[in-house]
Design a protein around this ligand. Structure first.
Ligand code: PLP
Length: 378
C-alpha cells in the first residue's frame, strides 16, 4: 500500500495518551530489577482476577501458553479429544496438539461467529476431555448451553478469551464463566502488553496451583520439580505496563463501542452486513468485522484509498496445510468456510477519530455501490 490514510491500528496514539504513567511504571521495574514475575506481575494478577470476577489469575508469557497450561491442568493429554472451532486464530487448535490430544472441530453459528452449541453433543466420545469455545472478535460464545452439555457429560470448559477482555455473557465477565479462561495480551489486543503476554483466570484453586507450577518449571519449592514444567513466566515490565493499561480498559472499551455504533449507523443499508451484538453479549469489539460476498473486491478498493483493513481469518484451521492431518476436508464446516471468504475488519481502536470513521464508512459505501453498479451494467 502507498499512503496509509487510516491505519488499521495505532498503538503510538495510545502510548502518547498514557505516556507519563507508562514511563513511570517502566522506571519502577528498572529501579527494582524485578524483571521476571515479581511484585508488579503479582499486583496485575490480583487486579485482573478481580476485573474478570475470578478468584485467581496466573500471568504468563503468551495466550498460547495460557491455552497450553489450562489444557494440561485439565488433565488433557495424548489420546484425549478437545472440542473447539475451526474459525479462530490457529493457536486455539495448536495448543490442543501441544498436549498430544486431538482437536475435534465443530462449526460456528453464522451470526455470532462463535461455537454452535447444538453441534457439540454429536462429536462427544469417551475420549473427550474438554470444550474450548472461542470468544471471537470480543463477543462471548453462547456459554449457557455449552456449560450445560459439559456438566452433563463431565467435561472441562476452557474459554479462549484471548480477544475478549471485559466482554460479558448475560452480565458475567469473560474469564469467570468456564472452569478456566485464557487471555492474550499481545500488543494489539484490547488489553495489550508491550511485548508478549497472557494469563489464565480460574476460581478453581487446584487448577491455579498446577498452572503456577507449570509456568515455572513445575517447581513447588526452588529446584524441586514435581511436574514437567515450562518457562512461561510473565516479565516484570509487562506486568507493570498491564496494570497501568487495565485502569484505562473500561474507557477504551466504551470508546470502541461508540465508534462501532457510529460505523453501524453510517453503514446501514449499504449492502454490507455489520456485526451483530448477540442478546447475551456485551461485545468489546476487539475487531469490527463486516461481511460481504465480494470481500476481496472491497479489500482492494479500500486499500487503494489508503484504508488498512484486516481479514480475521482467511483460512479456517481445518484447511490450513499444517493441520491437514486432522482429516477434515473442504466442505466439512460450511459456515466457517463461508465466513473465512466473506469477513473484512475495518480500522478500530479507541483513539480512532469520528472523522476517520466517517471517511472509512464513506469509502466502504462508495466501493460497494460502484461494484454493484458495475455488476448490474455487465
Ligand atoms: C483467539 C485467540 N486464541 C489464542 C491466541 C494466542 O495468543 P498469543 O498470540 O498471545 O499467544 C490469540 C492471539 O493472537 C487469539 O486471537
Amino acid at each position: 500500500m502507498g499512503n496509509i490514510k487510516v491505519p488499521y491500528l495505532d498503538l503510538k496514539a495510545q502510548y502518547q495518551s498514557i505516556k507519563p504513567e507508562i514511563d513511570a511504571a517502566i522506571a519502577r521495574v528498572l529501579e527494582s530489577c524485578q524483571f521476571v514475575l515479581g511484585p508488579e506481575v503479582a499486583g496485575f494478577e490480583q487486579e485482573f482476577a478481580r476485573y474478570c470476577g475470578a478468584a485467581e489469575c496466573i500471568a504468563l508469557n503468551s495466550g498460547t501458553s495460557a491455552l497450553h497450561l489450562a489444557l494440561l491442568a485439565a488433565g488433557v493429554g495424548a489420546g484425549d479429544e478437545v472440542i473447539t472451532v475451526p474459525f479462530t486464530f490457529v493457536a486455539s487448535v495448536a495448543a490442543v496438539i501441544y498436549t498430544g490430544a486431538r482437536p475435534v472441530l465443530v462449526d460456528i453459528d453464522p451470526q455470532s461467529f462463535t461455537m454452535d452449541p447444538a453441534a457439540i453433543e454429536a462429536v462427544i466420545t469417551p475420549r473427550t476431555k474438554a470444550i474450548l469455545p472461542v470468544h471471537l472478535y470480543g463477543q462471548t460464545a453462547d456459554m449457557d448451553p455449552i456449560m450445560a452439555v459439559a456438566r452433563r457429560r463431565g467435561l472441562v470448559v476452557i474459554e479462549d478469551a484471548a480477544q475478549a477482555h471485559g466482554a460479558k455473557y448475560k452480565g458475567r465477565p469473560a474469564g469467570s464463566i468456564g472452569d478456566m479462561a485464557c487471555f492474550s495480551f499481545y500488543p494489539g489486543k484490547n488489553l495489550g502488553a508491550y511485548g508478549e503476554g497472557g494469563a489464565v483466570t480460574t476460581s478453581n484453586a487446584e487448577y491455579a496451583r498446577t498452572i503456577r507450577m507449570l509456568r515455572d518449571w513445575g517447581q513447588d519449592l526452588k529446584y524441586h520439580h514435581v511436574l514437567r514444567g515450562y518457562n512461561y513466566r510473565m516479565e516484570g515490565f509487562q506486568g507493570a505496563i498491564l496494570r497501568v493499561k487495565l485502569r484505562h480498559l473500561e474507557a477504551w472499551t466504551e470508546a470502541r463501542r461508540t465508534i462501532v455504533s457510529h460505523y453501524n449507523e453510517l453503514l446501514v443499508d449499504s449492502g454490507v452486513e455489520t456485526p451483530t451484538e448477540m442478546p447475551w453479549a456485551r461485545h468489546v469489539y476487539h475487531v469490527y468485522t463486516l461481511r460481504i460476498e465480494d470481500r476481496d473486491g472491497l479489500h482492494a478498493a479500500l486499500q487503494a484509498e489508503g484504508i488498512q483493513t484486516g481479514i480475521h481469518y482467511p483460512v479456517p484451521a481445518h484447511l490450513q496445510p499444517a493441520y491437514a492431518d486432522l482429516g477434515y476436508g473442504k466442505g466439512a464446516f460450511p459456515r466457517a468456510e463461508a465466513a473465512a471468504e466473506q469477513v473484512l475488519s475495518l480500522p478500530l481502536y479507541p483513539e480512532l477519530s469520528s472523522q476517520a470513521v466517517t471517511e472509512v464508512a464513506g469509502e466502504v459505501k462508495k466501493a460497494v455501490a460502484h461494484r454493484t453498479q458495475t455488476a448490474v451494467s455487465r
